[in-house]
Design a protein around this ligand. Structure first.
Ligand code: X8Z
Ligand code: ZN
Length: 612
């Protein structure tokens, strides 16, 4: 997601002015006291108003520069993006530090919340040093560019883009070909390592000056609860899902053993990471056919349905938009179709990783995506439009609240809608002729689990790695080893060939060089099932939750919109309660959804040795 405000891609860098005292810095109490004596609640109101004006103009400029960089990756656009980012950052930092003068006066809840948002807006804080700040902004732009331009050039001749490799990994079942692609893509990340190392050191210095133990601690502080409690919440929710993941893992490993041989897929070890149909082994839906339950195949495949009905990229987007409008959301503006990027240009480097943009907090919404005509990408389009509809819903909030309730909410909305892309819905829109009967539900659940349940530990481990890197628990000498230790611990996957500290495998995943926090996707995978269940109830659904579609339900749309419109003006717990009636994150909706599959998996696994 790209949002205009505090967006993760415009990685904000903190440059604390030497005249200002940061929130938790007690070095100069005298100065703090003298400032405090002078300010009133009326000053805070005025400050927030003028700050908002200043930032609105700057974000517009920064969004345009970022859009251009992501759409035309060149040395020049890289420099322009770095420069506007630096300028914006200086302003945000100046204002965030200025805001600390209100630290010790009593303010109304709303003003305090806005000031807190300002302070926490930054993804990568920088130290109070102009050179270091410039250095950091260059690193950010370079890392993003290395990923966006990345290709695998075999023998220096034929070059494959990530899109080409993604398509091959989805369909190839040739062990050696998969291995070649897997290692080939990871070459792009090697040169990132020294840059990443420098970036970590610089941003940690900034975070400390801002009063946080390190940058990871700052990231964990954005969730309306103490940072340590948030980390515990993640563990709690993961422990709810883990038994289901373990059952799925066990079954998938057994089937991969059947396919490739147990010498290649040992039945007491983690699964080799290149065999799961996805470059990062993060979702496994593409190898569904290898694990499909007997006699329960639903008999259709969205990729084939799209081809059969000649859906092109724009029709796929229009189809996803129609789901939202069926629920009562206004259609996207014409400019969305005029200004978005839907297909990969042949003649230039673009950042192909899908993103949704809100350029002006009015109506200039866009997506940027190198769409492939597959069912998987059809879901990603729903995901991206979820961002856009959220952005439009909160556009009338004050700038500070033009964000989702927490970042997981932003990632969950489009996915929630995509959970409603059921056979019944596909029939209704004319893509499918006949809805398979209930005896095929197991196949549908298996496909969904391969996408969603498989993802959950990956969604957790990426930031576990970054948090350990930021905290210093993992040092540069151990970057890659620590990555694979976590891949093994959480996902039960392993590198298929030896990796060394010459490699930098985390860098081969967009969000690491892109500095986009990743816990949001873990949260989203939990939240989307909670939202789906509640919206289905609101829509009056009587079927099993996995058969429910909220297509055409104005009631569900209205309730969802009530939450979206709130932006981040209230805590995420309050926002969650608007749709679900409860303020807690809870994986029981997932367990309910997949209950029939869990039963099946446990039967299949009964004579197998599970675990790794
Ligand atoms: O990055 C994304 C979206 C854009 S916010 C396409 N996702 C994560 C990923 O691709 O790694 C969606 C699911 C996880
Ligand atoms: Zn997203």
């Amino acid at each position: 997601m790209k949002t205009k405000i505090f967006k993760p891609s415009i990685t904000a860098l903190v440059v604390a002015s030497t005249l200002m005292i940061s929130a938790c810095n007690n070095k100069d109490d005298k100065k703090t006291t003298s400032v405090i004596q002078q300010v009133t609640t009326a000053d805070a109101t005025l400050f927030l108003e003028s700050t908002e004006k200043e930032l609105v103009a700057l974000y517009l400029e920064a969004s345009r520069a970022e859009w251009i960089y992501a759409n035309f990756i060149t040395e020049d656009t890289s420099q322009l993006s770095a420069e506007v980012n630096r300028k914006m950052t200086e302003t945000v930092v100046r204002l965030a530090n200025e805001a600390t003068k209100f630290n010790k006066i009593t303010l109304d809840t709303d003003s305090r919340r806005k000031l807190d948002k300002l302070k926490l807006a930054l993804t990568l804080p920088a130290p109070q040093d102009a050179d270091k700040t410039a250095q950091l902004s260059q690193l950010v732009a370079k890392l993003g560019g290395l990923y966006g331009k990345g290709k695998y050039c075999k023998d220096g001749t034929e070059c494959l883009s990530l899109g080409d490799m993604t398509a091959k990994m989805a369909t190839s079942r040739d062990y050696d070909e998969l291995l070649d692609l897997w290692q080939g893509w990871r070459q792009i990340a090697k040169p990132m390592r020294p840059l990443y190392e420098q970036q970590v050191a610089l941003t940690n210095e900034g975070a400390k000056e801002f009063g946080y133990a390190d940058t990871g601690a700052m990231w964990r502080s954005k969730y309306d609860m103490p940072a340590d409690d948030f980390a515990k919440e993640l563990d709690r929710v993961w422990s709810q899902v883990k038994p289901l993941y373990d059952s799925l893992h066990c079954h998938v490993r057994a089937k991969l053993g059947d396919k490739y041989g147990t010498d290649k897929v040992p039945q007491n070890k983690p699964i080799p990471a290149h065999l799961l149909g996805n470059m990062w082994a993060q979702s496994w839906g593409n190898i569904y056919e290898l694990v499909a339950p007997d006699n329960a195949d639903p008999g259709y495949d969205v990729t084939k349905l799209l081809a059969k009905h000649n859906y092109d990229e724009v029709q796929m987007v229009r189809g996803a938009e129609k789901f939202f409008t069926s629920m009562g959301f206004k259609p996207l503006p014409d400019t969305f179709y005029e200004r978005s990027l839907f297909t990969k240009p042949k003649d230039r480097d673009v950042q192909c990783h899908a993103s949704a943009w809100d350029i002006d907090a009015k109506d200039d919404l866009r997506i940027k995506m190198c769409i492939q005509r597959t069912g998987e990408e059809f879901s990603v389009i729903h995901h991206e439009l979820g961002h856009n509809f959220y952005q439009r819903a909160y556009k009338d909030q004050p700038l500070y609240y033009q964000e989702s309730a927490n970042d997981g909410f932003h990632e969950a909305i489009g996915d929630t809608i995509a959970l409603s892309v059921t056979p019944g819905y596909l029939k209704e829109i004319g893509l499918l002729d006949k809805v398979p009967d209930e005896s095929k539900d197991l196949g549908l659940l298996m496909k969904m689990a391969m996408d969603k349940i498989a993802f959950i530990p990956f969604g957790l481990m990426v930031d576990q790695w970054r948090w350990q890197v930021f905290s210093g628990e993992v040092t540069p000498e151990n970057y890659n080893k620590a990555w694979w230790d976590l891949r093994q611990k959480y996902q039960g996957v392993m590198a298929p060939i030896e990796r060394t500290e010459n490699d930098f495998d985390p860098g081969a995943k967009y969000h690491v060089p892109g500095n986009t926090p990743y816990t949001r996707y873990f949260l989203a995978h939990i939240l989307q099932f909670q939202f789906h269940k509640s919206l289905c109830e609101i829509a009056g659904n009587k079927e099993a939750i996995h058969r429910c579609s909220v297509y055409n339900s104005k009631e569900a749309g209205e309730r969802l919109n009530t939450m979206l419109e709130m932006g981040s003006s209230k805590t995420w717990q309050e926002a969650l309660a608007v749709v679900t009636g409860k303020p807690e994150m809870d994986a029981s909706a997932i367990l309910e959804y997949f209950a029939p599959l869990k039963k099946y998996l446990d039967e299949q696994n009964k004579d197998r040795q599970c675990g790794w």
